[in-house]
Write a protein that binds this ligand. Structure first.
Ligand code: UD1
Ligand code: CA
Length: 466
């Protein structure tokens, strides 16, 4: 079966320049969810009908789809299907048509609808005109209403809200915007329906009444979860859809052995992978292609983006790790920042207000407070004192700092790159280091300290009242 995704509409109710289908849910365009669902539903051959800002939509989605342009983005959903006619007209059997603003439909539903068609053919020996995904909603406002032959699954027609009589509006079964139509009947119907008198649009939903008039049966297929059919027409519905998908993902990981504290505050994007026994505290964000190993604890407010965190790591509160690797048993934070291809070695500690950029921190290194380590390598078991700064930028270029293993960099030292500090080298606190330090050497760079007896008191005056 082939699939056609309708994504040409203007999305007027979004009040947005950006195409509605490119608005994001958990860091991915809404349309990405629709095409992923179709693909996971077992359909690989997918066309996307674009119109409004077509170029942007095609770029966002990338290769792997056939694109068709609907010239008039106000032509309506049937006009959009007609725009892709060359894609599906010569195929066998049925074609799936799905709205690009239905991101909550599940792959199982797509599979079940296909199965349903096979069952009807196999056991009832009927070739259906089509099957329509429906759901019964508490509040059906905004959706096309499903008008059925009483007591059956046979749909007689779908009435858009604008065209519905008050009685029809009371119908709570609605059209989910997912259809499988028998291609020869669809072709016939698309050329017979006429534009809506109210809007001038050609409605895909009108093919149903036409098919029925020709004696072709169209059936409803009820979504197992009524939220699946949610159409995203407003920004508020986008938030709502995001929330549903977010909780679905969290539930999925919880079932795989991840603990979530206050899951309603946790953000996990769809490409993230977690291992068992991970523990996640409130307000955590896991973004992009982040991978988290077993027994990792991620505490409140931490953000991990496109990063790999190996087993038994602890990410303390409010730390932000991006594009980096945190090796086994390391500890990051609280309030640490690790970014741009950095590696924090096994068992290392990068603590309070430490920033690490494009640097390799060795095994068991300790940098526990207030440091900036940029464009540097720090050898195993070295100690980086509070307030140490690698001055990596001379105003024009970035330079590297290389620190050997077992080194000790005293508090508040400034390491002016390019620089090499040998293994077991020692930098006395408060030094400004501008030359390489050989292995095992002590480097001290500060003016000699003097004690001037009673000079302090004289400067302050006598405070005999204290
Ligand atoms: C549509 C259905 C309605 C159903 C609802 C489910 C029709 C006429 N109505 O209504 O019965 O309950 O979806 O969510 O189909 N699009 C195009 N070209 C167009 C118009 C729309 O590609 O000319 C695309 C849009 O980008 C969107 C999808 O089709 O992704 C649905 O269009 P939309 O205008 O949102 O339809 P609804 O009014 O929600
Ligand atoms: Ca819609």
């Amino acid at each position: 079966m082939k699939a056609v995704v309708l994504a040409a509409g203007l999305g007027t109710r979004f009040k947005s320049e950006k195409p509605k289908v490119l608005h994001e849910i958990l860091g991915k365009p809404m349309l990405w969810y629709v095409v992923s669902t179709v693909r996971q539903g077992g359909i690989e051959d997918i066309a996307v009908v674009v119109g409004y800002r077509a170029q942007e939509v095609m770029e966002a989605l990338g290769e792997g789809y056939a694109y068709y342009v609907q010239e008039n983005p106000k032509g309506g959903t049937a006009d959009a299907v007609l725009a892709s006619i060359d894609f599906w007209r010569n195929s066998e059997g049925y074609v799936l048509i799905i709205n690009g603003d239905s991101p909550l439909v599940s792959p199982e539903t797509i599979r079940n609808m296909q199965r349903f068609l096979h069952m009807v053919e196999e056991y009832e020996k009927i070739r259906l005109g089509g099957v329509v995904l429906t759901s019964v909603l508490q509040d059906p406002t905004g959706y096309g209403r499903i008008i059925k032959e009483e007591g059956t699954d046979r749909i007689l027609r779908i009435v858009e809200e604008k065209d519905a009589t008050p009685q029809e509006r009371n119908v709570r079964e609605v059209n989910g915007g997912v259809y499988m139509f028998y291609i020869p009947y669809l072709l016939e119907a698309l050329f017979k329906i006429s534009p809506s008198e109210k809007t001038g649009e050609l409605y895909l939903t009108d093919v149903v009444a036409y098919m029925v008039s020709r004696g072709y049966e169209v059936r409803s297929f009820m979504a197992s979860d009524p939220t699946e059919i949610l159409g995203v027409n407003t920004r508020w519905e986008l938030s709502f859809a995001e929330n549903i998908l977010r909780l679905k993902l969290i539930k999925y990981w919880a079932q795989k052995g991840v603990t979530f504290h206050v899951p309603e505050t946790v953000w996990i994007e769809p490409d993230v992978t977690l291992s068992k026994n991970v523990e996640i505290f409130p307000g955590v964000m896991l973004k992009g292609r982040t991978r988290v190993g077993e027994n990792v604890v991620i505490k409140t407010g931490a953000i991990l983006e496109d990063s790999e965190v190996e087993e038994s790591v602890v990410i303390e509160p409010y730390s932000y790790v991006s594009g980096s690797v945190i090796r086994k048993r390391a500890k990051v934070g609280p309030y640490a920042r690790v970014r741009e291809n950095s590696v924090v070695g096994e068992g290392a500690e990068v603590g309070n207000f430490v920033e690490v950029k494009k640097s390799e921190i060795g095994k068991d290194v300790k940098a526990k407070h207030l440091a900036y380590i940029g464009d540097a390598t720090v050898g195993d078991s070295s100690n980086i004192g509070a307030g140490v700064v690698t001055a990596n930028y001379d105003g024009r270029k970035k330079h590297r700092t290389e620190i050997g293993k077992g080194a000790f960099i005293g508090s508040n030292s400034l390491l002016v790159a390019p620089l090499r500090l040998g293994n077991f080298s020692y930098v006395a606190g408060g030094s400004v280091i501008t030359k390489d330090v050989p292995e095992g050497a002590l480097a001290i760079e500060r003016s000699r300290m003097r004690i001037l007896k009673d000079r302090g008191r004289r400067l302050l005056g006598n405070h005999e009242d204290l």
